[in-house]
Design a protein around this ligand. Sequence first.
Ligand SMILES: Cc1cc2nc3c(=O)[nH]c(=O)nc-3n(C[C@H](O)[C@H](O)[C@H](O)COP(=O)(O)O)c2cc1C
Length: 346
Amino acid sequence: MPAYDLLRPLLFRLDAETSHNLVMGGLGFASRHPSLLARIERRFASTATGLPVEAMGLRFPNPVGLAAGLDKNAAAGPALAALGFGFVELGTVTPEPQPGNPRPRMFRLPADRAIINRMGFNSRGVDVFLHNLRRLRPRCITGINIGKNAATAMEHALDDYRIALRAVYDDADYVTVNISSPNTRDLRTLQEAGGLGRLLAGIRRCRFELQDQTGRHVPIAVKIAPDLDAEGIEVIARASVHYGLDAVIATNTTVSRPGSLAPRHAGEKGGLSGAPLTAMSTQVVATLVRALDGALPVIAAGGIMSGADAAAKMDAGATLVQLYTGLIYRGPELVREAVEATGAHS
Ligand SMILES: Cc1cc2nc3c(=O)[nH]c(=O)nc-3n(C[C@H](O)[C@H](O)[C@H](O)COP(=O)(O)O)c2cc1C
């Protein structure tokens, strides 16, 4: 029996954020101890053989990544990478430290294999993030997901993204501009045509400066919500190509609540992830892939709870996939399953 089958019932007896902190503490500890790390790697990474993928100018050993939000402070990257992921996305990191929303702010919906969270970008800030990352660098492609501080007015959002982009540029294999968290007030308005154009134009200028200074082209992706209609998706596709982005990540959590959810916690405010999001986010991926028409790759996230779900995202046209909630419900076995299913998919 895989070890996670034994661990999960214990973890699920604790409040969701408490078990998250325990597991992250353990993975952080393992990240700092090479012998433990080697054991995790032997157990997981070496058994997973996957489909290598070229995207954003990078070569991924397999297309299965860790989605943003699990390791917001870059405290456990090496152990997470050792679970067999082809890439990990760390963050969301904000320029300044901030506590996020009051607890409780993360809820399990076990009957639905789902989570609702309203963490609100709890972040130790970009300085601590980089200090951690430089000590604990994952041995795989590492994306850094950036966001704005809650205290920064929306009209100054671009300033925050620029501060974060400049700070992380040297340390990132790619950067994700997160404009789709439902838990930072009005953040998602940055997905609308006017705000999006201004933001992406500013990011493009900033990246040109950074490219000149460093001689390095760091790919930039934008991460979008599943709650957009087809027209909204097309606006983002056009802008992403126009402003020279390298990929679009679809999707973040949803603010919608399917009527089928079991009532306990279904009314909590925040973003819903996991199984109830699977089909909805695959639909967004399919629409986005059509709108982009091959111009940019799509990284699919949202309700990957099995190898078949990962393969379905690739069938919808995704180049890479990411998962988070499935890891909570299935443990690292899911990574292996998704790597195998997407490998067989080729
Ligand atoms: C507790 C929690 C925190 C998250 N935090 C972030 C975050 O900081 N930044 C981000 O871009 N996405 C965040 N996400 C969204 C995930 O990266 C992912 O896009 C979403 O959960 C859908 O995938 P999943 O169903 O596999 O979880 C978070 C998700 C959860 C469950």
